[in-house]
Design a protein around this ligand. Structure first.
Ligand code: SF4
Ligand code: SF4
Length: 482
């Protein structure tokens, strides 16, 4: 039996969406479904009429008939708009925010193979004043034994999922190259026996790369992310050795060798933006045109706003302007079927294309977990050996299911109440738990300090998406179904 009254059934009101225009076409980004629709002719009129307030069905139809539309077209359009939830007939719907009940198969483990680093970058979340990991008194290096137990946990917890992934992380990952090498060999043998497909990646500061390591990375198709903050002046202002020397001149020849010898998987640059390092265009040009990276991604340092290196709101506005400029450069390349390496755009376009509507901000605790040097399982690499978000031990029972479920219950978008009226929630879902912890003291807080930025950036990406979808839709096929 329907609880909706006769009168309510006959009343139309607007659904939840974000409208944007691209290539002269008006689009709707539907919330919460995350789908995107081009809006034409009468559809536009209907939404304009309902923008002024709800209308009785007959009053709405009469207005459209007065505009010269035929009854059959009106009814078909109302039906279509209802199907995509752009309009609603009946009582405003309460969105249900249910936590998924099924166990989520693990897809990736991030192994912090060491908590040591040969650099002392000012903003490092493992060494700075804002760190939440507590490496003191713990083993500095992960043993092969713990790494193999982590791999066993991944295989076991991945269920029927065929493709799985191991990411090596630090500290500086290559300080523990022997364990990384033996773990890759172990995991590959295990994959061959079980029929799973395993992939690897690592993040490195590049200081320890040499021919032997590069060849190993290439032979094992290991994706590499290099942390680098731009040209010599910018990079050396943050990324220094413990004696204060900049690391730029040490790493650049090694990176060039890596780009030359390693051709079997992607190699990307990862830039951390801080108060002194925010010239995105200059950095992007340097990394792609002078060093030779095909891909570069940027993210602001996670920092308490009181830190000197924290990138304040004014600089972030400027970063958004520069991101926008590069995003439209990306669009121009896409319209000519050319590759552009600004991964902040390609990552967001991929999410938009998949019609993602996130229940969780990221895969941490869901398909991904971090493991510390002694085998403690944490939410992600930033939470290993932290006082919060701990989820078991690789050799003592594996994943702590109760802790994981509790985390997933309290961090679901349904529990981030501040986000419930936000149109960007299908892609943001409240944002990074680590950022929330540093800024708001709780992993479950919504990152309300950057909402305008997130909405601004997603609006830019939607416009880029709409323009590519209109003028060169085949380009979007590269983002696949997932
Ligand atoms: S954190 Fe802000 S931008 Fe993100 S979903 Fe919540 S309200 Fe929206
Ligand atoms: S919690 Fe933050 S740092 Fe950890 S995986 Fe998610 S987005 Fe990344």
């Amino acid at each position: 039996m329907s609880l909706v009254t006769e009168t309510q059934e006959q009343t139309y009101h607007s659904g939840e969406y974000h409208g944007f225009t691209a290539a002269g076409v008006e689009f709707l980004y539907m919330v919460p479904s995350g789908s995107i629709f081009a809006l034409e002719g009468m559809g536009k009129r209907v939404l304009e009429l309902l923008a002024a307030g709800a209308l009785q069905r007959q009053a709405l139809i009469d207005k459209l008939l007065e505009m010269g539309y035929l009854l059959a077209e009106v009814e078909a359009t109302l039906q279509e708009l209802t199907e995509i939830d752009a309009i609603d007939c009946g009582a405003p719907r309460e969105e249900t925010f249910a936590v998924p009940l099924q166990e989520f198969p693990l897809q990736r483990v991030v192994l912090n193979v060491t908590n040591q680093c040969n650099l002392a970058c000012t903003y490092c979340y493992e060494y700075s004043e804002d760190r939440i990991t507590q490496p003191a008194g713990r083993k500095k290096f992960m043993s092969a034994d713990v790494a193999e137990a982590s791999v066993d946990m991944l295989f076991h917890e991945s269920g029927n999922r065929r493709g799985i992934h191991v990411t090596f992380f630090g500290g500086e990952t290559l300080l523990n190259f022997p364990v990384m090498r033996s773990t890759v060999e172990y995991a590959k043998r295990k994959a061959a026996k079980t029929g799973k497909e395993i992939e690897f990646s690592l993040t490195t500061n590049a200081t320890l790369l040499d021919e032997e390591k590069i060849d190993f990375l290439s032979e094992n198709r290991i994706g590499v992310t290099v942390s680098i903050d731009g040209d010599r002046e910018l990079h050396n202002s943050q990324r220094v050795f413990h004696d204060g020397r900049g690391s730029y001149d040490v790493i650049v020849p090694k990176i060039k060798e890596l780009l030359k010898r390693h051709r079997t998987n992607s190699i990307g640059a990862r830039v951390t933006l801080t108060a002194g390092v925010s010239d995105v265009r200059r950095i992007y040009r340097h990394l792609t045109e002078e060093i030779g990276f095909n891909a570069a991604g940027f993210s602001p340092a996670t920092a308490n706003p009181n830190r000197l290196y924290a990138i304040g709101p004014q600089k972030m506005d400027n970063v958004l302007d520069q991101f926008t400029e590069l995003a439209f450069e990306y669009r121009d390349c896409a319209l000519q079927n050319k590759q552009h390496g600004f991964t902040n755009v390609s990552d967001t376009l991929k999410e938009l294309h998949s019609g993602i509507s996130k229940a969780y901000a990221c895969g941490a605790g869901l398909g991904m977990l971090g493991v510390g040097t002694e085998g403690n399982v944490g939410l992600c690499h930033r939470f290993v050996d932290a006082p919060v978000a701990q989820m078991g031990h690789v050799k003592q029972g594996g994943i702590d299911r109760k802790a994981r479920r509790e985390f997933l219950t309290t961090h679901h978008i349904g529990a981030r109440y501040d986000c419930h009226a936000c149109w960007a929630r299908p892609v943001c879902a409240g944002g990074c738990y680590h950022e929330a912890f540093i800024h708001h003291g709780s992993t479950s807080a919504a990152n309300l300090h950057y909402c305008d930025w997130i909405r601004g950036w997603n609006d830019v990406c939607l416009r880029v998406y709409g323009e590519i979808a209109t003028r060169n839709p085949e380009f979007l096929n590269r983002f696949g179904e997932n």
